[in-house]
Structure formats: C-alpha cells, structure tokens
Design a protein around this ligand. Structure first.
Ligand SMILES: [Zn+2]
Length: 437
C-alpha cells in the first residue's frame, strides 16, 4: 500500500523528537494560560502552582483538571474567563452541540484556524486522500465543527469538496455516482445508512461507484459496522477503506486524530495535544494498555486553550509502532464510549459499543434500538432488532440472548420489528434511548 504524508518531517519523527517539541510547547502553554486566561491564572494560583513547576511532561499531572462544567460555567459567552486574546483577534466561534443548557464555546484566532485546517489536511492524507479526489462532505455546516473543518482543508490537499451536509439521501446517492465521488465524510451512522441503501439498490459498487475512502467520525462505532460499510460500498476492492477521524470542537474540530490505511485505531496528533489516559474515577494515570479516559492539554492554541481537559472519551492506547511509519503518534483503539454514554443497569456498566458489536455480528440484523426504561420497576432493558421476515427469528433471539448473558451478564427483552421501521440517522445516531425515572 502506498503511504503518503502531509508533513513527513513531523509524521515520521521519532517519539523523543516529538516529546522535546511537546515539552517546549507545554512550558509555553502553561505560562501563556497562567498570564492570559483569567480562569487558569486563578486556578493555578489557588493550587499553589507556577509555570516554572513544569520541568518534564509528567509534571502536567500536578495541574488541576478542567471539566465540561468548568468551560460551561466560566467560558460562556464569548470565551469568558478562558479567552486569552483580545476579542477582536477571534475570527470565529464554534459551539458544542450540547443538547441541554449552556453550550461549550471554542474560539479561533486566524492562527488557530490555520492550525486546524493543517491538522485536518494531515488527517485527510493519513486516511489515504489524494489530490484529485472528490470529497462528499456529510457533516453539518454550522456551529458544529464537522462540516467547516473538512471543507477548506480538502482544498489544501488538492481535493474537490461537495458541501452536502445532511439529508436528501436518495439525491445524495445519485450524486455519489454522477460526480464520481471518491471520498465520503460523515457520522458512521449516516454512512451506514447510505451503505445499506446502496446495498439494496443492487448497484455494481466496484464498477458504478468510485467511492474508495470514507472517514466516519463524531460518534462511537464498531469494527462490525466498519466491515459492513466497507463491504457494501466496495471500498476494499478499490484499495481503500473506512477510516476513523477523531475530534471535538473543544480540541480544534475534526482532525485531532486519524486512522491510517492500516485501520488499527486512530493516530492521535500529540504534537498538538498532550494526551493522558486516566482512570475516570480516581483521575490517576492507567497502566500502559489499559482502558481509561482521554485527558487533553492544548499545545498549540491561542484563543481558548484548555489544560487537562476531560472530554469524557474512553479508549485504550496502542503504542506498538505502526506500519505507516507514524511512530511517535500512538493509536487510540477506537473511542469505546463517552463516559456520559455508559448505560448503568442493575449495577452493571454497559458500553453502547459492546451492544453494537453483539448485534451486528448477526448479518440478518440491519438496524437496532436499545431502550432502557427506568420509569418501570424493575427497569426494562429492551433491544429492538429489524429482521427480514424470511429469517427464522426465534433461533436468532436465542443466540443473541446467550451472547448478552455470556458477555454482559444481562438478559434483555428482544423484540423483532419489521425492516425499515426503526429510525435511521443522517447525523449522530440515537440508538440508545434511556428513559429516566
Ligand atoms: Zn498508522
């Protein structure tokens, strides 16, 4: 496979070189936030900390965490106490898609914006995107960073972008064919939906569809879902695949990490974000190779940098060298869940990704929905599955129940519903519905 780089000198540097860059940037960032951010100035002083306390990368552990609530409480509006530059230097604002309450604000200076576009371009190239590619951008354009983040950065790479956003899915599929689209972004759920429609059209995907690479992001997905997207769109036959892009508006937007052509978890761009993996309960670092919560410190950000920010994403880090040569950049073995998304049921913590792995193992099932009803006593745990009428469902239900018992020690109610009756998703999915009592 052909390996291409956007910034070869950075991407192929060894870990020692990158760590030197990290330490230099970290010292600068702590000093910068201490002097310029009213929030961090106060917070560091209260904790008796001074920028000179940073002598090694490990010293970041002395600093307090920043939570989403901190950013909501002190960063709204217009960056609030997190803003480190005069307001006039902010060229744009983005906001989190937070469903309730105060949004989380991220400001960008011109330099922040250019840095972001550069990282998104690095991510495109890492995913296998080349000059001449045609990108169908299926992230929403607006306050959410997905759409704009993968728009201008595509120009940098030399690709053409179609700013579709979401919706009008039948017309979208026609455009994939008519415009000879080679790359598709968007949430995994939306890509999955499109792929399932393409499958039902009986298109000769290897001949009639030019799609080679998809870049799912902005929500949890699983290996099983990847396999289906790749197969139904015929990506592998064209030397491509479905490759995870990672990001969050608080970090920069999409492009904080990207899976390479070997598809073994996304490389995290640690030259821009210092990454720690901590135990979500204790906040202490986990042992190498153990699952934990990602904690970020901006190393390159002017407007609203964050120190030890807890986004809540749970992952496992793989430090094994990757065949693509990006040795210094560890791979995150997929974001398994956001801490807030973990389902608590009868004292057991259930990751939505584990449910998806179990369900999509069965090729008869096209779509599913999980309903946890805590208004009922005892709590109800229902899994609705769409199965074609022709399939024998009682055997399938028994098999699924066994798998849930064996791997999660729970026995959900399984309901079989008609194909096409469960919701499909053009943005982020809502396959898990929790009704609180
Ligand atoms: Zn790699």
């Amino acid at each position: 496979m052909e390996i291409r780089y956007w910034e070869p000198h950075v991407e192929t540097a060894d870990r020692k070189t990158i760590e030197k860059v990290q330490l230099k940037r970290l010292k600068y960032m702590i000093e910068y936030t201490y002097r310029r951010s009213p929030y961090y100035g106060r917070k560091f002083r209260e904790a008796g900390l001074h920028p000179t306390d940073v002598k090694s990368l490990r010293d970041i552990g002395k600093f307090p965490f920043t939570t989403k609530d901190d950013v909501r409480g002190y960063g709204y509006p217009a960056g609030g106490d997190f803003l480190c530059v005069p307001r006039e230097e902010v060229v744009c604002w983005h906001m989190s898609s937070g469903t309730t309450g105060t949004p989380i604000i991220s400001g960008y200076t011109r330099h922040d914006y250019d840095t972001w576009m550069n990282l998104a371009a690095r991510s495109y190239v890492t995913a296998g995107v080349k000059p001449g590619d045609v990108v169908m951008n299926l992230y929403g354009y607006g306050l959410f960073t997905g759409g704009l983040g993968l728009h201008e950065s595509a120009f940098l790479v030399g690709a053409t972008v179609i700013p579709w956003g979401t919706g009008r899915t039948q017309a979208l599929i026609k455009s994939l064919v008519d415009f000879k689209v080679t790359v598709m972004t968007g949430t995994p759920s939306y890509q999955y939906y499109i792929a399932s429609l393409v499958k039902d059209m009986n298109l000769d995907v290897e001949k009639e569809l030019n799609l080679r690479v998809t870049m799912p992001g902005a929500e949890m997905w699983t290996e099983k879902m990847r396999q289906r997207i790749e197969e139904w769109l015929g990506l592998k036959a064209k030397g491509g695949g479905s490759r995870d892009i990672y990001g969050a508006s608080e970090l920069c937007g999409p492009g904080a990490g990207q899976e390479c052509i070997y598809e073994k978890g996304f490389h995290f761009w640690i030259d821009h974000f210092l990454l720690e993996i901590v135990d979500p309960k204790t906040g202490e670092p986990v042992e190498a190779g153990e699952e934990g919560e990602m904690v970020f410190t901006h190393l390159v950000k002017e407007a609203t940098p964050l120190v030890r920010y807890r986004l809540g994403d749970i992952t496992v880090l793989d430090e094994e060298p990757c065949e693509c040569g990006r040795m210094a950049f560890p791979r995150c073995l997929r974001v398994r869940a956001r801490v807030d998304d973990v389902i608590h049921y009868k004292g057991i913590k259930i990751l939505p990704s584990t449910i998806q792995e179990i369900i999509l193992r069965h090729k008869e099932i096209i779509e599913y929905q999980v309903v946890v009803d805590k208004t009922k006593l005892p709590y109800e745990f229902i899994i609705r599955i769409e199965v074609p009428k022709s399939e024998e469902s009682s055997l399938l239900i028994r098999r699924i129940l066994n798998e849930f018992k064996n791997s999660l020690f729970i026995e959900p109610q399984i309901e079989v519903v008609e194909p096409g009756t469960l919701p499909r998703f053009e943005g982020k999915s809502r396959r898990v519905v929790v009704k609180e009592g």
